[in-house]
Design a protein around this ligand. Sequence first.
Ligand code: ZN
Ligand code: FE
Length: 249
Amino acid sequence: MSINVHIVPILSDNYAYILEGADDSVAVVDPGEAAPVIKYLEEHGLTPTLILITHHHWDHVNGVDEILERFPCTLAGADPEGSAPDSPAKKVIKARFDEVLHESCSFSFAGEEVQTLSTPGHTPEHLCYYFKESGFVLCGDVMFSMGCGRILDGSAAELYSSLQKLGALPDETLIYCGHEYTQSNADFCLKIEPDNKALQKRSNEVNALRAKGLSTLPSTLSKEKETNLFLKAKSPQAFKELRTLKDRS
Ligand code: ZN
Ligand code: FE
């Protein structure tokens, strides 16, 4: 892998990511809080040239202004236009974007092609960033390990097809999500499929990591295909029922 992905825990259970290319290109992804990200950048002598946003929710963008003040660079992300009009984070982020990205806006970072995948459902516009050569995807609040985002401002059918789109990536793809929800997702999935051996194994693995205070990410798509019941749902309707059940759990 030519791009290194550094995981920066922020807020209570979010992750920001710092991408470091072999050519010293540096990008910050979804900085919902500035201080831990700036601290990491300074400690490692990194200067970002790009901030990438998956979607406009405050826990993914709140640190943007402070980081831009310290490190002026390009801010790019999904167009929040279709989402709830009363969202203050939406107005702020839209005004700050240097580049509003869509699915057809694939770009290059550290000499590598980055594919922007339109993945609505959690919000009307949400982008996942797929780094084919390095073999990883940044999937924000669309897919979590053994889970998926809430349907806040989109529809179940949209979120289902967004998950299917991620599911079509190569099995070995590393999955970097916006939140550390893995343990509670595993508990939920185990209630639905208590005899699923892969799920039992992954749940044990996850509990051991969390007991040591470690991140459960990245996951891989092949692990998710065995254990993520939302990704495995056979139809939009089955997916919708599962998501409703999870919302009530
Ligand atoms: Zn969100
Ligand atoms: Fe979030």
